[in-house]
Design a protein around this ligand. Sequence first.
Ligand code: ZN
Length: 154
Amino acid sequence: MIMKFNKRTFTRMLGFSILSAIFPINYLLASAKKVVNSNLSDQQKNIMFNEGTERPYSSDLLNEKRKGFYHCANCGNKLFASNSKFDSGTGWPSFSKALPGAFNTTIDYSFGRERVEYHCAKCGVHHGHVFNDGPRESGKRFCNNGLCLIFKPD
Ligand SMILES: [Zn+2]
């Protein structure tokens, strides 16, 4: 029993050191995220924890036009007010600005281009990318996966 435990612990430790040596930044980022909502679907987890992307035009929130706030589907953090939502024509829920302190950002170099990835400031999960081609005074376009959001009408 003790032998088995030690062997397993050793294998696990070896696995972690190899992973963190190859992907030091990803490893640190991944370890900073935490599951708060235990009812997340596999698709939600893939987007939030592996920087996945939902299919365009698949979100029910695209046609959401009521007044209210958009919250993080993992931790409930308040992220966007409905008056910042606009139709970007991209197929993902889009916002011209986030609520103060809602997100932190990192530079994402995947797919050979530089994009600004943003994640929930409270629980660390991925939400989307922010671009500088937005409308209105902010000039920003927060391109958010609808599956990461929960809308609460006023
Ligand atoms: Zn969150």
